[in-house]
Design a binder for this molecule. Sequence first.
Ligand code: SF4
Ligand code: SF4
Length: 317
Amino acid sequence: MAESGIVFNIQRYTIHDGPGLRTELFLKGCPLHCRWCSNPEGLCRQPQVGVYRSKCIGRRACGACVQACPAGEEAFRFTVGKLAGIDRTLCTDCLACLEACPSDALKLWGQRMTVDQCMEIIRRDRGYYERSGGGVTVSGGDPLVQSDFVAALFAACRAEGIHTCCESTLCFAWPVVERLLPVTDLWISDLKMMDSARHRHYTGEGNALILRNLQTLASLGQELILRIPIIPGVNDDRANIEASAAFIRGQLGGRVRCLQLLSFMRLGTEKYKSLGMSYQMSDVRMNRRAFQRKVGLIAAYFNSQGIHCLVGTHEKD
Ligand code: SF4
Ligand code: SF4
């Protein structure tokens, strides 16, 4: 059977995740649950149905979702006649409601695609990759949750001379990462925070595996882009920044092509709502100007330590 994966978004002409112009595929599933995640639709491995109440034409006028659902009306919550949510404990993600809905009130997050289907889209922009030094990036979620699919996709890219970049948490046993080495040109990963207990508190997992995998990739001469999402009150303290710099300098042996600082933004809140999930960073208070100044100072510190660091994801910044 042709290798296939569950993809929840494909962006063409992106310039943020790797060099040049790229086609980026976002894959479902992630081993972490970072509290600030802006892609909650990427967390669960399976396709999911999201609810957009403003687009519902009303239960009286329609009600097709309730009719189609094997769990019946218990699975749905309507407010003022419009669909407001799905009871996720009853929903089996069978997608029957989505097929029945005549409006865009129900959105599918994730669909199964074969390597050939993805390659058909990827090939359309081959000329742009060649002119800009770009290629293909897989992200998510975390693409290594679907590592068989990524290995097959990247092998197909390589066979056609297309540059490959994998953006992963690296929170996997080493063999999962290792099997991608022959087909991956560039890795992008986060160094969210150095204290493992704090890392577990905010992401659901400790960081020992991630740090070890980063060290191993560096020792094998793999090319890395590192990122730190700077989250106020979580990892922007001096001790964490100094420990991060010491780790990069001491353990990653000059293999970090650049360190990118991503300033915290409240993103994805509508998607959380559509999936019936709660967004856990809504009470973060900050003065945006002062915060941006602080992020700039952190970047200056890393550069003073001999680590090429920029604010944002565009390498030409
Ligand atoms: S996806 Fe969930 S809510 Fe929709 S029909 Fe299937 S079980 Fe019911
Ligand atoms: S099928 Fe769609 S439009 Fe009709 S009631 Fe359900 S969500 Fe609303």
